[in-house]
Design a binder for this molecule. Sequence first.
Ligand code: MLT
Length: 323
Amino acid sequence: MMRKLVLGVLAVLAFGGAAAAQNYPSRPITIIVPFSAGGPSDVMARILAERMKTTLGETVQIENVTGAGGSIGVGRAVRSAPDGYTISFGHLGTHVANGAIYKLGYDLVTDLEPVALLPSNTMIVVSKNAVPAKSLGELLAWLKARPEPAAAGTAGAGSGSHIAGLYFENITGIKLQYVPYRGTGPAMNDLVAGQIDLIVDQLSNSINQVRAGTIRGYAVTDTKRSESASDIPTADEAGLPGFHMTLWSGLWAPKGTPKEIVTKLNAAAVEALNDPAVRKQLENLGLQMTPKDKLSPEALGEWQKAEIAKWWPMIKAANVKVD
Ligand code: MLT
């Protein structure tokens, strides 16, 4: 009797899950962006969400849940129901670096289902206009000559801008004083206002300010110049060889989200990434589109694991203290 009851309950649960997956989505979907509105993560997420709703037939809204280098927002997504209605937007910082810096209370690999690898950003070294340097070489000389470390804006310990800063310190031997914000949107406001000295920023966040001349761009951290900022030299060209870093982003769902739902979310993301108008918007911000062979959920999962293996040793060696 009991066995029949248990089998009956399991059948109802399985049927219910399959029915939910089949009817998905039947209400608005929330993408949690773990940084402030107006920053590079938020801008990319909103561009994609706007197009994903066409495929999914439901509103795809953005919720900015900030703090602790993005780990608070990711934690909120991890602890959400695995029903496809709460998705985690993140990147190299939030879904790789934070695992080496914070006691997260969740596992970045086993507590999330990868959905799709999103476009990547080269980083760019930018400063306030008041810095008396006209080239990366002059900037490095200015930094070395300072009695105190320069103030470098970041989106918090473990954020992409922070990891890029650590890498910059490693490769130049120059110490920086980090100033954490809830995103590099607000950090950029302070850079333009001259309140901080520099950011090693995602190109998409700096490109319009560099074009407008409100901040100074020195070098990009890719092996080739960005087509949308072709006047900015690479770090290799500018005298800092080997300073290579691109910040990739991605979408994840909570562990246990049905595969059919992950497949629908992946299809919507891929359709957005293949949309010419979306591509134009993202490429104009200097973003590099995801390679076609890396668009599956499995590709993001493999990529994330490889990036953990690549970055954790340097990040752990930096012995970042978080309060
Ligand atoms: C960062 O990692 O620096 C963040 O992506 C900044 C942001 O998106 O606001």
